[in-house]
Design a protein around this ligand. Structure first.
Ligand code: NAG
Ligand code: NAG
Ligand code: NAG
Ligand code: NAG
Ligand code: NAG
Ligand code: NAG
Ligand code: NAG
Ligand code: NAG
Ligand code: NAG
Length: 541
């Protein structure tokens, strides 16, 4: 069940504006008055704004519920809210807690409520297992500063969403409307933006959603499925994943050895209708320990995945909707990096396997991308062996490591997970809506050569600041920022970036001193096979 905007609106209660002596910028939201802080570089920010009721207790594992509460007095919006439950990390920028449904807003300093600025909303990646809007690497200051500098001011919003056990646990015994609650959190944040961004000086009709990796898969999910229809008008996908690498039915999770069955085993909860109530009463710690152990035991760590079930957020397989062209027709930017697969393949480095042992390790790596591995057939694996043979110096490009297994796996993973996903969607979308495609080919000084033009390596350029060791990339970074700022304002990245069409098939190569349109023909034999019905069926895409 999804709430219409009208019902959503009616859940808010009007409040009187308290009289205060402001020391920071204030906004008057439906849930109360929030005071942010000046953030430097001509910007100000409002952090830790709750956009849904805390998903704790009886709301754990449930679809997000709108805020029905009005805060009295002025609420401090000067510190990030909790990061959602995940493994500890020094880069989260906030404590970890289940009460984590918070978003953050950056805007030009002193923006008036009638400014009607366009809005960019950011969804982090992290294989649906990790990520936090509070991470320092996702600070919106530099993007907003640049938007002012080029006369195209915008508002930047970053939002948390639940991940791992708390966002993506699935089972046939779970109510379908609660499945994929992590993705539903994103929709809830977008609804909150619709209701409240005008109070910040934003225009709710000019929202662009942007994500990278699992965040880009999320953006694609919001285009392919309908839950967020009307909540955004443009989309940017960095390293899109199609939208999901594998999207099995909830019952798959219940089979012996699969996630739901394992978690019942871990917690001692019994299967059946009471399972979720029992899991809601379990302390959070065993649930995250379970996830951490399973993630660590899964080759390339890709344990969590959205599910597909009739009546749910994602009622049918995405590839069917894509093939039918039956998705939201919003302008889009999408792209991939040259060596997407390398950072996912490092567990295979230095194993020194040859011959059939190497093939077997490669096959295990391929199979590890799905929950039900018996679906993967040997004819498909044989085809991958032909495409990605041992000791091929053209693999692992451009910094061929000489480690045959790593190079094969990295080449396969990049093509299969990212490039083929981008082509599967954009080749159809190109004839239905404006689309712009990039291929990032710049190795950034200071990065690990083995990882090449790695997954996520563009983010420090776009968000800034560009690390000193990579100062040579400053111009590319600014150009990239401007492309996105232009798109948020005008739904077009600017004249330097030709639209991707099925007639021209031109993608923009992003490389220092060589930003130029190139034909979209690389590795197309592989991606055509990846996008065949045979392969899409086996991977339940
Ligand atoms: C943007 O940031 C730069 C560098 O910090 C600063 O010089 C400039 O004044 C800022 N722009 C605005 C509009 O404040
Ligand atoms: C808000 O909703 C929660 C759970 O949905 C409920 O327990 C609580 O009573 C509600 N509060 C108000 C003020 O309506
Ligand atoms: C708001 O939070 C900031 C930073 O955590 C803190 O310095 C300040 O004292 C808080 N103000 C109020 C009124 O709580
Ligand atoms: C914002 O307004 C404050 C208070 O009027 C003022 O001190 C500050 O200089 C303004 N900042 C900008 C960037 O205009
Ligand atoms: C989305 O809505 C459109 C129009 O109502 C409908 O044709 C389409 O089947 C829906 N797609 C999904 C995935 O529900
Ligand atoms: C896994 O796939 C096989 C082959 O299609 C099927 O027979 C089996 O039921 C599936 N298992 C689960 C748990 O979905
Ligand atoms: C959990 O699994 C182990 C073996 O994998 C088994 O011995 C044990 O009985 C199971 N526990 C429960 C509660 O099902
Ligand atoms: C969870 O894992 C941590 C770190 O390994 C450990 O200290 C803790 O005891 C575990 N808790 C439970 C309930 O298993
Ligand atoms: C692989 O070979 C290298 C170089 O000879 C050696 O350092 C490394 O320990 C070997 N790795 C394994 C897993 O045998």
């Amino acid at each position: 069940m999804r709430l219409s905007l009208a019902i959503w609106r009616s859940l808010y209660v009007c409040s009187l504006i308290p009289i205060t002596f402001a020391s920071g910028p204030q906004v008057n939201l439906r849930s109360g008055v929030f005071e942010g802080l000046v953030a430097g570089q001509g910007t100000e920010k409002f952090l830790g704004i709750p956009f849904a009721q805390p998903p704790v207790g009886s709301l754990r594992f449930k679809a997000p519920v709108p805020i029905n509460q009005t805060f009295t007095g002025v609420r401090n919006a000067t510190a990030f809210g909790n990061a959602c439950v995940q493994p500890p990390s020094s880069s989260l920028g906030a404590p970890i807690g289940e009460d984590c449904l918070f978003l953050n807003v950056w805007r030009p300093e002193n923006t008036s409520t009638d400014a009607s600025l366009p809005v960019l909303v950011w969804f982090y990646g992290g294989v649906f297992n990790t990520g936090a809007a509070s991470s320092e690497e996702f600070d919106g200051t530099i993007l907003v500063n640049r938007s002012i500098e080029i006369g195209k001011p915008m508002i930047f919003v970053s939002t948390n969403y639940r991940v791992n056990t708390f966002g993506f646990l699935a089972s046939a015994s779970m109510a379908v409307e609660d499945l994929n609650n992590g993705l539903q959190d994103q929709s809830a944040a977008l609804r909150f933006v619709q209701e409240n961004i005008a109070a910040f000086g934003g225009d709710p009709s000019k929202v662009t959603i942007w994500g990278q990796s699992a965040g880009a898969g999320s953006v694609e999910a919001h285009i392919v499925y309908n839950a967020s229809a009307g909540l955004f008008r443009g989309a940017i996908m960095d390293s899109m994943t199609g939208p999901f690498k594998n999207s099995p039915a909830p019952s798959t999770y219940d089979a012996p050895g699969k996630p739901f069955s394992l978690i019942l085993n871990t917690t001692g909860c019994s299967a059946g209708p009471t399972a979720f109530a029992c899991l809601q009463e379990t302390p959070a710690e065993p649930l995250i320990n379970f996830s951490n152990a399973r993630v660590a035991a899964t080759l390339n760590n890709q344990f969590w995945e959205p599910t597909v079930a009739p009546g749910s957020f994602s009622p049918v397989r995405a590839s069917e909707i894509i093939a039918a062209g039956d998705f939201l027709h919003v302008p889009m930017i999408a792209g991939t990096n040259l060596n997407e697969g390398n950072s996912f393949s490092t567990s295979l480095l230095g194993l020194n396997l040859t011959g059939s042992a190497q093939d077997e390790a490669f096959d295990n790596f391929v199979r590890a991308t799905v929950i039900n591995q018996t679906l993967i057939t040997s004819d498909v694996l044989d085809q991958f062996h032909t495409f990605y043979p041992a000791n091929d110096p053209s693999e692992g490009a451009p910094f061929n490591t000489g480690d045959s297994l790593f190079d094969r796996a990295a080449a396969w993973y990049g093509d299969f997970m990212f490039l083929s996903a981008r082509r599967r969607f954009l080749d159809v979308a190109a004839s239905l809506q404006p689309t712009f495609v990039y291929h990032f080919r710049e190795f950034i000084p200071g990065n690990n050569v083995t990882l090449g033009v790695a997954h996520a390596s563009e983010l420090p350029l776009i968000f800034g600041p560009v690390p000193a060791v990579a100062a040579v990339e400053d111009d590319l970074a600014i150009t990239w920022r401007d492309f996105y700022i232009n798109f948020v304002n005008d739904l077009n990245p600017g004249p330097a970036w030709p639209q991707f069409t099925n007639e021209t098939k031109q993608v923009l190569q992003l490389k220092r001193d060589n930003i130029t349109a190139i034909p979209d023909d690389f590795h197309s034999v592989m991606t055509d096979f990846d996008n065949s019905a045979l392969v899409l069926n086996e991977w339940q895409k």
